[in-house]
Design a protein around this ligand. Structure first.
Ligand code: ZN
Ligand code: ZN
Length: 345
């Protein structure tokens, strides 16, 4: 079968490898859709720990597929079932796993991150993923592409859940990439007034087209814009969906009393620590939080949102490719063309 594999820094190749063998407790999934994520681009650019010429890794962690083969001892799943997949697999034993947060397990494994992923015709699903509920039957009407982008949506939802969003809240999302769009959609769903900011006018225009209900602001200095659009109150919610330290530092000045700030996008290690004015947190009684990945429960919740039409994700997919064209997809995603790029099988 064909697979897109990472061999090291700036080295991804579409290669032929054998279809994985499965044991009696495993499933062989035929990939239907796999979305390209910023994490894939970062791994391509920077390489990944333990990955080299002798130990390549098939990328892809945002996926859906059809069950092609089922091991004899596998419960519930049958050949031909179409599945969505939460890619993070915890150890199942630690406190984080037991508390429903396997994505924070110290021993966590994830498809396309530290085990073979979805830019391949077939994926081996280990028994742990089956037993811990990582796979969900696709609800009627949800397409494989929508199921694949449910994964990043679930990550945005994890962060959203920490922000106590209330109807009428003024919310700013900085970063007009796919993750920014997903945050904006969730905030709108909860009744917030949503602003989006980015340095790219083109991306903001694309966001405005997808979500006519948002107000966009292009440029750096947001003070006047926020004062005017919040009637002097400031922001109740700010989400940083970009890897820029200055953004984390500057949103604090824009907050209203009791505002909630979500640091969603990570900052490259060489740009840490980020200097912030902690008096703003103190005197405005701000809540600062962060989030990474998502739990299986959160994934199942947003899959419901998508199937019930509460959140529309179809339009987020602006580009599709065959697996043969996946390198072109990576190039386009890397230079921030369109919003979301998905390989369809
Ligand atoms: Zn991702
Ligand atoms: Zn664990």
């Amino acid at each position: 079968m064909k697979a897109l594999r990472l061999y090291g820094k700036n080295d991804i190749r579409l290669v032929d490898i054998p279809v994985p063998e499965i044991t009696e407790e495993e499933i062989l999934l035929k990939t239907d859709a796999a979305a390209i994520c910023g994490t894939d681009i970062r791994m391509w650019r920077n390489g990944a720990q333990g990955v080299d010429e002798e130990h390549p890794l098939t990328l892809g962690h945002e996926l859906s597929g059809t069950v092609a083969k089922v091991g004899e001892k596998v419960p519930f799943y049958k050949e031909g079932m179409r599945l969505a997949m939460q890619p993070n697999i915890g150890c199942g034993l630690c406190d984080m796993c037991v508390n429903g947060k396997p994505h924070l397990c110290a021993e966590y494994k994830a498809f396309g991150i530290n085990m073979d992923g979805a830019f391949a015709e077939y994926i081996r699903i280990p028994s742990k993923a089956i037993r811990q509920g990582n796979m969900m039957v696709l609800p009627k009407g949800v397409s494989p592409q929508e199921a694949a982008v449910t994964e990043p949506l679930s990550c945005a939802y994890n962060g959203f859940s920490k922000c106590s969003v209330r109807p009428g809240d003024f919310a700013l999302v900085v970063g007009a990439g796919p993750i920014g769009v997903m945050h904006a959609k969730l905030l709108h769903m909860a009744g917030a007034v949503v602003f989006m900011n980015d340095l790219s006018e083109e991306r903001l225009a694309a966001c405005k087209q997808l979500m006519p209900y948002i107000t966009v602001y292009h440029g750096g200095a947001l003070q006047d814009f926020v004062r005017e659009h919040t009637f002097g109150r400031g922001l109740d919610i700010a989400v940083t969906a970009c890897p820029v330290p200055q953004v984390q530092a500057s949103v604090l000045q824009l907050m209203a009393y009791g505002g909630r700030v979500l640091f969603f996008g990570g900052i490259p290690e060489d740009k840490q620590p980020v200097a912030v004015n902690t008096n703003l947190i103190h005197y405005k009684e701000l809540y600062i939080t962060g989030s990474t990945r998502s739990s299986i429960g959160q994934f199942r919740k947003v899959l419901e949102f998508v199937s019930q039409g509460i959140i529309e994700v179809k339009s987020i997919v602006t580009h599709t490719y065959s697996l043969d064209q996946v390198l072109e997809g990576f190039e386009n995603a890397a230079c921030a063309k369109g919003i979301k790029h998905v390989v369809v099988f």
